[in-house]
Design a protein around this ligand. Structure first.
Ligand SMILES: NC(=O)NCCC[C@H](N)C(=O)O
Length: 284
């Protein structure tokens, strides 16, 4: 439901499981398991990788719209009936409280596939990809450029749980919270880039798509060249050329966007297996 609920050892265990799933892809580990997926039509990557991830392990998917949760019916009843047919639910819905409530009543795992508040599967997968490319990932400097969003907040939670050095750069008044040992806020990109190893962004809300903001904070090739040697640019999709990132940097080796998402399939498979067999909901 939330990265802050995970212990670092659990995150490591999921990473190890993802490695094994990636090395041995044809195991019927989800045979006989049925997943109910509630995703909006517009979801591309997360939905496709969950559905493929389930099918590759021989599980079954039932795909529905998250609007099925926007009813008068008590969520205890919704999940009470669903449990007759589903072994887990995977849900993308704006309201994290709705997911939490559903999970409280559920005796099956409820997996958060993004809310307006957070996106734990995505950030776990991104950190997995970084860790496999940079074994020194715990010592790197992570810099998120942009206003508060589900993605930036989840990176902050990940930094807290995994004790990472996380910088946040945006205009005055947009800090995600007070500074901590793992979180510092800056308004100038220039001073921070030369210390940064991993550059992170999310798509800009409309009010930030101004020439002034973009001129000051857009990650372009010239700016990436001032980052630490070997720095990587991982914009959260959907990203927009000419907005939070410039087109010129997407065609360089700095950009790891597509490649990093390969791991999404295995990390999400690992999360499903972990939730089915290790969590408080574990089947006996
Ligand atoms: N790859 C994804 O799952 N996309 C994340 C989209 C994040 C963006 N802040 C959003 O809420 O739409």
């Amino acid at each position: 439901m939330d990265i802050e609920e995970c212990k670092p050892e659990q995150i490591q265990e999921i990473f190890g499981l993802a490695d094994r799933l990636c090395q041995n892809r044809e195991q019927p580990l989800l045979q006989g398991k049925t997943f109910v997926l509630l995703f909006p039509e517009t979801s591309l990557r997360t939905r496709v990788s969950f559905v493929k991830g389930i099918r590759d392990l021989r599980g079954e998917c039932i795909c529905m719209s998250p609007e099925a949760l926007n009813k008068r019916e008590h969520l205890a009843d919704v999940i009470g009936y669903m449990e007759n047919w589903a072994d887990a639910a995977i849900i993308r819905h704006p309201d994290l409280n709705k997911l939490r409530e559903l999970s409280r009543y559920a005796s099956i795992p409820v997996i958060n596939a993004m809310t307006s508040e957070n996106h734990p599967c995505e950030i776990m997968s991104d950190l997995y990809a970084i860790s496999r490319r940079r074994p020194d990932y715990k010592d790197l400097v992570y810099t998120f450029v942009g206003p508060g969003s589900n993605i930036s907040r989840t990176w902050m939670s990940m930094a807290k749980r995994m004790n990472l050095n996380f910088h946040h750069v945006c205009t005055e008044g947009n800090a995600l919270g007070p500074e901590t040992a793992n979180y510092t806020f800056h308004t100038r990109l220039e001073g921070i880039l030369q210390d940064s190893d991993i550059l992170l962004t999310d798509s800009l809300p409309e009010e930030f798509r101004t020439a002034e903001y973009i001129g000051k904070y857009q990650l372009n090739l010239q700016r990436m060249r001032t980052a630490k040697p070997g720095a990587l640019l991982n914009p959260c999709p959907p990203f927009f050329r000419g907005e939070e990132v410039a087109a010129d940097v997407i065609d360089t080796d700095y950009f790891v966007g597509y490649e990093f998402k390969k791991g999404l399939l295995y990390v999400q498979q690992a999360i499903m297996l972990y939730c089915l067999y290790h969590s408080k909901h574990a089947a006996t």
